[in-house]
Design a protein around this ligand. Structure first.
Ligand SMILES: *[C@@H]1O[C@H](CO)[C@@H](O)[C@H](O)[C@H]1NC(C)=O
Ligand SMILES: *[C@@H]1O[C@H](CO)[C@@H](O)[C@H](O)[C@H]1NC(C)=O
Ligand SMILES: *[C@@H]1O[C@H](CO)[C@@H](O)[C@H](O)[C@H]1NC(C)=O
Ligand SMILES: *[C@@H]1O[C@H](CO)[C@@H](O)[C@H](O)[C@H]1NC(C)=O
Ligand SMILES: *[C@@H]1O[C@H](CO)[C@@H](O)[C@H](O)[C@H]1NC(C)=O
Length: 320
């Protein structure tokens, strides 16, 4: 009789514990003191409980789910004087339990492991802790490009677009001199985030485009001289100045070439009057070769001159 009573009492205890667990689940589902953690994928995290000195015979259970902690992922209890810990297939090899605090360590956490985690420590009474874990990949680096097509270029301003791959909680911003001037986000993760910027050419301000999520941020600086000033060189207003510069250059080259040709002709006429022959020719060639090395470093103008040199050389030889 007494033995039977004992069984009844322990069965009653079990019912009470189950009832307490359910109460706990309902309370935690109601969002009562939930610890929020934001983590980078691939790292190892520990859910610290703040509990100390859990009895060795305590029954410890961790639950997890995307919105509600409804699936048992770890179950640890004493069985015939030994601790038996079972881990669900989904978390195999990743979980480690500290039985004195109930803390759960999750190795190499992935975005799939985002969600709610619930701990229950069942002894004479029941303690529980709830965590919301959000796992993010590091955000991508934003890219700055000229916006639109060529007809959008103007001499006064430059239209730019900063873009980044979208993701969970990603925001894209433009900063001018450390002050945020615009920001965008989008819950549709399938389209990249884009944020336009219109600036004046030759502006001295520094602009940066920043992509950020709760665990990381990446920055790209705008190089106005590379993107805007360079391209404005091809825009309608200044495009007309380019041919002027080119024709001026061609004109200068032409004058130089004509002068050189006249000078060569004069020189050619003088050569027969000198009797030194071979020695003289060698000196001439050597002198011009060194000149050529120096001149080739300089400009196209120099190249044009050196092209004339072989003529000088052959004509000198012929004249011997
Ligand atoms: C981490 O987990 C990912 C899948 O989530 C896997 O591809 C990778 O190999 C794991 N890395 C380590 C070091 O276990
Ligand atoms: C996340 O889960 C999906 C399906 O549940 C799976 O295809 C994917 O490989 C998982 N990703 C990681 C990083 O574990
Ligand atoms: C360039 O943009 C303007 C204004 O947005 C548009 O009217 C024009 O059709 C575009 N041209 C091309 C070739 O895409
Ligand atoms: C993000 O987008 C949502 C909806 O589109 C908007 O309500 C929210 O203010 C945005 N947040 C920021 C920081 O722009
Ligand atoms: C970007 O992250 C760094 C730390 O990595 C932080 O110091 C900085 O304030 C963040 N910048 C922005 C704009 O969030």
């Amino acid at each position: 009789m007494e033995y039977n009573n004992g069984v009844n009492i322990s069965a009653g205890n079990r019912i009470l514990r189950t009832f307490l667990s359910l109460m706990c689940c309902l309370l935690s589902a109601a969002g009562d003191e939930m610890v929020t953690l934001q983590e980078v994928e691939g790292t190892t995290i520990t859910l610290h409980t703040g509990i100390t000195g859990i009895q060795t015979d305590a029954h410890i259970v961790w639950f997890n789910g995307p919105e509600k902690a409804e699936k048992k992922i770890l179950n640890s209890q004493m069985f015939k004087g030994e601790t038996v810990t079972e881990i669900s297939e989904r978390f195999k090899e990743r979980l480690q339990l500290d039985r004195t605090s109930g803390a759960l360590t999750i190795r190499n956490i992935s975005r799939n492991h985002s969600g709610v985690y619930l701990l229950q420590v069942i002894t004479e009474d029941l303690s529980s802790r709830t965590f919301r874990v959000s796992v993010y990949a590091p955000v991508s680096t934003p890219v700055i490009n000229l916006r639109g097509n060529r007809s959008l270029f103007s001499t006064e301003s430059c239209s730019l677009l900063c873009s980044v791959e979208n993701g969970e909680d990603v925001k894209l911003s433009w900063y001018r001199e450390n002050e945020r001037i615009s920001i965008t986000n989008n819950t549709d993760l399938s389209v990249p985030l884009n944020l336009p910027l219109q600036i004046q050419h030759h502006e001295k301000n520094t602009y940066i485009c920043v992509s950020a999520n709760p665990v990381s941020n990446k920055t790209t600086s705008l190089s106005i001289t590379q993107l805007c000033v360079h391209n404005s060189g091809q825009s309608e207003g200044s495009r007309s100045q380019v041919p002027v510069l080119i024709s001026a250059g061609v004109f200068v080259l032409l004058i130089i070439s004509v002068s050189v040709v006249i000078w060569l002709k004069k020189k050619k006429q003088q050569v027969p009057e000198k009797a030194e022959g071979l020695t003289y020719a060698d000196i001439t060639v050597t002198a011009h070769s060194t000149e050529r090395v120096q001149e080739e470093k300089n400009s196209r103008k120099a190249q044009d001159e050196t092209e004339e040199e072989p003529v000088l050389y052959s004509e000198v030889r012929r004249s011997k």
